[in-house]
Design a protein. Sequence first.
Length: 273
Amino acid sequence: MTTAMNQQDGTNRTPDTEQLVDLKCVFERPQALSDKPFHYCPGCSHGTYHRLIAEMIDEFGLLDRTVGICPVGCAVFAYEYFEVDMIEASHGRAPAVATGVKRSLPDRFVFTYQGDGDLASIGMGEIIHAAARGERITVFFVNNGIFGMTGGQMAPTSLLGQKTTTSVDGRDPRTTGHPIKVCELLSSLEGVAYLARVPLTSPKNINTCRKYMRKAIRAQTEDVGLGLVEVLSPCPVQWGMKPGDALHYIDETVVKAFPPGEFVDKLESPIKT
């Protein structure tokens, strides 16, 4: 900080000292988030979602009793970024591992963090049966419509016509089927207490995501059932787009196939299942 010479007494002083006294911190790193730099590609929203999770852990006072389950995929190193106990699960098995942790330690807050390849492909059986059983876990699901870590292959959530390294002419429903919509699929299961989807493309949507995450966490802490929040995330590198263009692509194209909103909300019911 620079100093200025006082014209009256010739002494050095700090400019606007009186104003500095009134300053207060309005934004800081959550306690639950480590200070290690993220390894994610530029424009990816994994880092944003990590921060939101850490904010919620702090907000609910869960720092000392949280266990997170990492996926296999771009977020395979998620355990590096949270100041809570973390477990690395085999590919797709995060809901099964979370079930074991929650049943053996029911006082813990247990969450899984999974991408669309991990959850909706090899892990589809695990998430469906965990949801059917109404496991008291919280699932934070990242849908970027592609296998980002392994080379940009077509994922279960890739859009029709989307070009990937394994669908060079675009996804053809006659040979590879239609995109799997996880929220719509799980919404028919009785054990689900809360389901929502939101694109992480703007400050407004990030605030909406916070609101949805609070409900998904309450589904567990209030012993109602499974809660899941799906975020529509950009993958500029594997999509072959600039970060800004990737955000516009979600808002203009992806949301047509994966409409945002709340799909299940049983938190208002006085009856706990």
